[in-house]
Design a protein around this ligand. Structure first.
Ligand code: ATP
Length: 237
């Protein structure tokens, strides 16, 4: 076997390197053109923030990426696969295996332990019970959340949101999405969760796409896009 400089660098085909490719995505709701021919690609190992006024369609854009809303026209490719015409079961599999999602309030089940909350996402994606529990414990340790807590409801706000990040990572997704992930946190925890999230593309090789009003997150991001009146444009900095 060759060693050192003879070893070729990791190679990704273009689909593998781009976990998210939106092209010409339009979405009309109640007669209003909310997304107008939106193009957006996110590369592995990079972060992208989408900002825009309240009601401009940022959450709707994420819903199209997750296959929860169907665009009026255009193409949405996740992990190299077109999802806009997928059957429900296939789409659910892409959503649970290739996409991790972090919501503003964490959306965890307060009565379960943190380990069970994280492991549950693994079980739903088809992991065995033992592997799901082992991965959950390892991720929580990595993200500095106590695995001794009896219920997730007793965690602090910051720990709660770090648990939500662990849950999103259990399948090692190529695409990590977050909708206002720091919106419910105090400034100190906001910083810690932001540090953690924006470290993940380099650490795990995923593409991170965050929808937020938080300027601190925009400043940490490799790319910043602004959504206004249906048009998405990259903000030069
Ligand atoms: N099913 C629907 N029927 C009617 N209007 C809808 C529907 N879904 C979304 N909208 C409207 O589309 C607009 C965009 O909503 P969206 O939640 O995507 O915006 P946003 O940019 O994420 O806002 P915020 O920053 O306040 O979270 C809003 O005016 C919303 O009321």
């Amino acid at each position: 076997m060759p060693h050192g400089t003879d070893v070729p660098p990791p190679h990704h085909t273009s689909d593998e390197a781009l976990p998210l490719q939106l092209s010409g995505v339009s979405y009309t709701v109640a007669g209003r053109l909310l997304l107008d021919e939106v193009d957006l690609s996110a590369r592995r190992g990079t972060s992208t923030v989408v900002t825009g006024p309240s009601g401009s369609g940022k959450s709707t854009l994420l819903a199209c990426v997750m296959g929860l809303s169907a665009p009026t026209s255009g193409s949405v490719r996740v992990a190299g696969r077109e999802i806009t015409r997928m059957r429900r079961g296939e789409l659910a599999a892409v959503r649970s295996r290739d996409i991790g999602m972090v919501f503003q309030g964490g959306e965890l089940l307060p009565e379960l332990t943190p380990v069970d909350n994280v492991a549950l996402a693994g079980l739903l994606a088809g992991l065995g019970a033992q592997e799901a529990a082992e991965r959950a414990r390892a991720l929580l340790a990595e993200l500095d959340v106590t695995t001794a807590a009896e219920t997730t409801g007793e965690l602090s706000g910051g720990e709660h949101q770090r648990t939500a990040v662990a849950r999103a990572l259990i399948t090692d997704p190529s695409l990590l999405l977050a909708d206002e992930p720091t919106g419910a946190l105090d400034p100190d925890n906001r910083d810690k969760v932001a540090d953690l999230l924006f470290d993940l593309p380099a650490r795990r090789g995923c593409a991170l796409v965050v929808v937020t009003h938080d300027r601190d997150l925009s400043e940490r991001s490799d790319h910043v896009f602004h959504l206004r009146e249906g048009r998405l444009s990259e903000v030069g900095r």
